[in-house]
Design a binder for this molecule. Sequence first.
Ligand code: NDP
Length: 282
Amino acid sequence: MIISGKELALSLKQEMAQEVKTFPEKYGRVPQLTVILVGEDPGSVSYVTGKAKASAEVGIANTTIRKPATISEEELLGIIDELNNDDAVDGILVQLPLPKHIDPDKVIAAIKAEKDVDGFHPMNVARLWLKQDCVLPCTPKGIIKLLKRANVEIAGKEVVVVGRSNIVGLPVSKLLLNENATVTVAHSRTKDLASVTRRADILVVAIGKPKFVTADMVKPGAVVIDVGVNRDPETNKLCGDVDFAAIEPIASAITPVPGGVGPMTITCLMENTIECFLRKQK
Ligand code: NDP
């Protein structure tokens, strides 16, 4: 089975659009997401465009603030401060990566935790690990939704997550733990990675290396979630961290790249913006 994030994302966005339509009457306005884009990195421009497009589909008001790569850290922090204090803004997102002279940790921490729709603020990270109400990071949240929609049982399963970044590997491990899986986190220093990944009933791969996971690393019947977004060095087309053609025949379910985890990330960003908006209405 191929788990289509594209299809699930579409249906979730349609449901959200119906909900958002009721907001002007209930609350007097729709949610507002402000995205800050520093510089003109083509990858970042494309992500920001995708976020604006998804916002339009859902009916969320989206503002993109574009600043040159030469902007000072102080000026950027000043913009964030203004947005934090603007009651009409529900979600703030600074597109990463930032130019080298700007400290991303400082920038993320400057965004009010209640408006941190990416779920990267230290307070949201802490609340996630403490199992408290928080803004969940989008990609890990999307992965759990994909597994649930595909009726994959998580509780009691042996899960291996390859990658331990703050954005994907660690938070998805914690969410899977919360779903009562037994979770192993592998990384670049893991010895004999294949023997670890072969134990997995559910294998989540977030490394950033094209087609790194080969068929001999996967247990037949495993569910494989491929988070990676890479360029295939041979074809220059988008591909995941997993050799899809080789693994699809032996996996019980697998996410494709593109069209798997990626569309769910943006969809969860929309959901987080709505959640931040609704928390303010209470
Ligand atoms: P990072 O570079 O921050 O982390 C990569 C992780 O992979 C590290 O923990 C690293 O281990 C581990 N790793 C690297 N090489 C190996 C190896 N040979 N064997 C085992 N582990 C290894 O990446 P991200 O987590 O930010 O992203 C991972 C991928 O997911 C990228 O392709 C990125 O583009 C994609 N991505 C996709 C998203 C989506 O929406 N679909 C969203 C976010 C990311 P160590 O810690 O030891 O260095």
